[in-house]
Design a protein around this ligand. Structure first.
Ligand code: OAD
Length: 240
């Protein structure tokens, strides 16, 4: 019977969610990511051409995680996850672990994770918090130099696409936080959600993006301020 079901919620987050924690976003005004062109550090071709540079780049990003903390937006999203009565999925393009550190459980890292590495020989995926070198041995199969960051690079297939497509079939509220909307397939999820009948499409960003016109609501400002406000609004009908 209509009216008895609880709305299904999907969150799509991007680098803007972690910006106030001190993790650099990808597309700063100069088009560089921590001083590098994305094509030089985030493609399979770059890894084949200069594996040492790519390993060093991700070693620095992994090391940087030791000096940052979850911010108010990460914590608010965990509050939402814990109290949301319908189905809940947080799809993140971020490779940091700040959502998990805030307590997130229903999280899909569609672009991989900095704190994991993958063996190109035996396919094992391993938790990793130290530096990775081009001659590091895989602890599972003992092959030398076969470990790479478990990051989805440009030209590679994002993770969890089947699960995401299934969740988008029945989404009622789609909330997009801190993403520039230029990298597909993630940038196309709002359109897919709308096509499936999702009536509430909310974008939180510091500024308008190339996909802003596809949302039904805009919250312009810092994620650390706008997300907690929005979470309080979304949970308000369920508070006794
Ligand atoms: P971008 O760096 O492209 O965009 C960050 C977005 O966050 C921009 O739209 C900013 O306006 C917004 N923003 C910045 N600070 C904010 C804040 N404090 N509060 C709210 N919004 C803020 O990052 P993504 O869209 O996440 O892919 O990038 C998508 C993908 O491109 C990444 O996952 C990565 C990258 O190349 C791979 O590595 C495969």
């Amino acid at each position: 019977m209509a009216g008895l079901t609880h709305p299904n919620l999907i969150i799509l987050s991007g680098a803007g969610l972690s910006a106030e924690s001190g993790v650099a976003t990808f597309r700063e005004a100069d088009g560089l990511w921590e001083g590098h062109r994305i094509e030089d550090v985030a493609t399979p071709e770059a890894f084949r051409r200069d594996p040492a540079l790519v390993q060093q780049f991700y070693n620095l990003r992994r090391a940087q995680l030791k000096n940052v903390q979850a911010n108010a937006a990460h914590h608010a999203l965990v509050e939402l996850e814990k109290n949301w009565p319908g189905s809940f999925w947080h799809i993140t393009q971020n490779v940091d672990d700040l959502n998990e550190r805030a307590g997130a459980k229903k999280l899909l890292h569609m672009h991989g994770e900095l704190r994991k590495v993958r063996c190109t020989w035996c396919k094992s995926v391993l938790a990793w918090s130290d530096d990775l070198q081009t001659d590091t041995d895989c602890p599972e199969c003992d092959h030398r130099g076969t470990l790479r960051p478990d990051i989805v690079w440009f030209g590679e297939m994002p993770y969890y696409i089947d699960e995401i497509m299934r969740a988008l079939e029945t989404v009622d509220i789609f909330l997009c936080i801190g993403t520039s909307g230029v990298v597909y397939p993630a940038a196309g999820f709002v359109r897919l959600a709308a096509e499936k009948g999702c009536a509430r499409l909310i974008e939180v960003n510091l500024q308008p993006t190339g996909i802003s016109g596809q949302f039904t609501e805009q919250r312009q400002g810092l994620a650390g301020i706008e997300v907690p406000k929005l979470v309080a609004e979304l949970l308000q009908p369920y508070n006794a």
